[in-house]
Design a protein around this ligand. Sequence first.
Ligand SMILES: CC(C)(COP(=O)(O)OP(=O)(O)OC[C@H]1O[C@@H](n2cnc3c(N)ncnc32)[C@H](O)[C@@H]1OP(=O)(O)O)[C@@H](O)C(=O)NCCC(=O)NCCS
Length: 154
Amino acid sequence: MDIRLVKEKDLIQLATVYKKAFNGSSFAEDWTEKTAFEFVKWLFEKQKDLFFIAIENGKIVGGVAAFAKRWWNGINLSDLEIFVEPSSQKKGVGSALLKRLLEESLRKYNVTYIDGLTTGEISFPLNWYQKLGFKKDNMVHIWAEVKDTLKELS
Ligand SMILES: CC(C)(COP(=O)(O)OP(=O)(O)OC[C@H]1O[C@@H](n2cnc3c(N)ncnc32)[C@H](O)[C@@H]1OP(=O)(O)O)[C@@H](O)C(=O)NCCC(=O)NCCS
């Protein structure tokens, strides 16, 4: 397996991998080729030096991305996105991608922490992260429909 930085010409194939990984996951998201492409392109444009892909037999099988975010304690790696094509999961691809991202962001930005969101409803992938040293804290993910909140505010 080869791991390298993503290039713009990889994005179409990578979008398909992203779509399959998340539509087929416990998150049961509903990405289309178009929305997945727009998303990986947005990630790419936001921070391409911390966006890696894994290639096996000439095919993209996974990707990892995060942003170097300035914070009071220095620079942290934020908003982790990691995904592996379902037929290539459980073969070490995800761990290898994460390792590469951490090594590179430490070298380049001297990052301190890494954070991301996952579900607390089911054991995987939370237990995968915990085995790798991630901790769950008491922060709560909050969200609203913008129109609902605007109504409350009017
Ligand atoms: C999470 C993900 C990136 C892990 O990638 P991967 O290549 O399968 O990970 P690895 O092969 O490096 O590690 C797999 C480990 O997780 C376990 N695992 C993998 N898939 C699992 C599943 N569906 N249920 C339970 N355990 C699972 C494996 O048994 C293995 O455990 P081990 O280290 O004790 O052997 C991948 O499953 C994925 O893309 N999932 C869908 C997208 C997603 O959930 N991304 C994270 C969002 S928070």
